[in-house]
Design a protein around this ligand. Structure first.
Ligand SMILES: *Cc1c(COP(=O)(O)O)cnc(C)c1O
Length: 377
């Protein structure tokens, strides 16, 4: 295929020598769980995000699960409490909520940003809501003055799912004065799944928080519930970050801003070149970093989305769909999540969206070529 959707080997090629060295360092260190690699990576995360606490964990879903379970252990949330979450998200966000015996309250999204807005949050706000899960979907930071106001006024716990938004910043400062996604609310979850903007060579994730007590509970919970060796205060899990992944991530994290800027260039190329009456391109950013373009998502209106994708494929262009079936329509949730308001925008998006190649494996010139192909369809 001339324009593959994502070629991870190509994305990692600039780092190959450093990744080889990082692997050798870990192999010859004899330290395969915890230790300096993990601690140094956590330090880099704290510095980058201006947060006091960062805990490396096994993956993004576990980061979200640990945050919610720790809030319950600490008494800040209790089972049955409601958590507002955008219906247009990857299912992992909602799996974490139900895993913690909390109740997801699905809110629709704004059709333009494809994320939560103050208006869609207010549609579902009620006294039983104790927390909100902000998902910066597709890399677009979902934070503004109005959302911040709703959180403060209602005393909500604000958790960010930053799996798609590492390096993103909001012009409006967060609850603790930080601007980075993951540091805007009370706690944030990062994913380093290989396809994310900063990808490990396997599963990896992290929790960021300003809350010392939460960080302490999460650290113990992720390590069999043990605070000190052979002393278990919680019925915990094994959700640790592997040192070999931490070593790989130490290589790649310093380049997060550069990788995101490269994605921004591709997004600009698409937005400037695509001019097709049946295609809606994503709203462009106010600042360079309020969207880190995890995906470049267009909407196909007035024609069959799958036919459009097939036509692109015939022209050598790989695409993807994020996501074809929203979580509330998945078999595992059809019945349990049936108690929600209508979600017209989420359901419309699931039928219309197409993600174009946006990684650094695609050049800016190729993004222009792909746009020109699109304009002929
Ligand atoms: C990838 C992703 C997750 C889960 O992260 P993993 O590391 O794959 O477990 C959660 N939420 C969103 C929005 C994601 O894109």
């Amino acid at each position: 295929m001339k324009y593959p959707f994502l070629d991870l080997e190509k994305v990692n090629r600039p780092y190959m020598d450093l990744l080889h060295q990082a692997a050798l360092d870990v192999i010859s260190s004899g330290r395969y769980i915890g230790g300096g690699q993990v601690e140094e990576f956590e330090q880099m995360l704290r510095q980058m995000h201006s947060v006091d606490h960062a805990v490396g964990v096994s993956n993004g879903l576990d980061a979200l699960r640990l945050i919610l379970r720790a809030y319950i252990i600490n008494g800040d949330l209790k089972p049955g409490d409601q958590v507002i979450v955008p219906a247009n998200t990857y299912i992992a966000t909602i799996l974490a909520i139900t895993d913690a015996s909390l109740v997801p309250v699905l809110a629709d999204v704004d059709l333009r940003t494809m994320n939560l807005s103050a208006a869609t949050i207010e549609q579902v706000l009620n006294p039983r809501v104790k927390a909100i899960m902000l998902v910066h979907l597709y890399g677009r930071v979902a934070w503004d003055e109005d959302i911040r106001q709703i959180i403060s006024t209602n005393g909500l716990i604000a958790i960010e799912d930053c799996a798609q938004a590492i390096g993103g910043r909001s012009a409006v400062e967060g609850l603790h004065g930080a601007h980075h996604a993951g540091a805007l609310g009370h706690a944030g979850a990062l994913s380093f799944y290989p396809t994310k903007n900063v990808g490990a060579l396997g599963d990896a994730g992290a929790v960021l928080t300003h809350d010392a007590r939460l960080a302490k509970t999460i650290r113990a919970l992720a390590n069999y519930g043990s605070d000190i060796r052979y002393h278990n205060i919680y019925q915990g899990f094994n959700c640790r970050l592997d040192p070999i992944q931490a070593a790989f991530l130490k290589v790649k994290l310093p380049f997060a801003d550069r990788e995101n800027a490269d994605r921004h260039q591709r997004a600009m190329a698409y937005s400037h070149t695509i001019s097709h009456p049946d295609i809606v391109t994503p709203v462009m950013s106010q600042t360079l970093v309020d969207n880190v373009w995890h995906q470049y998502v267009i909407r196909i209106t007035n024609r069959d989305r799958d036919y459009f994708r097939r036509q692109l494929l015939e022209n050598g262009v790989g695409t993807d769909v994020h996501y074809p079936v929203p979580p509330h329509m998945q078999p595992c949730y059809k019945i349990r999540l049936s108690n929600h308001i209508p979600l017209p925008n989420t359901e419309r998006l699931s039928a219309e969206v197409v993600s174009l190649p946006i990684s650094t494996g695609t050049t800016v010139a190729q993004a222009v070529e792909i746009s020109n192909i699109i304009n002929t369809l």
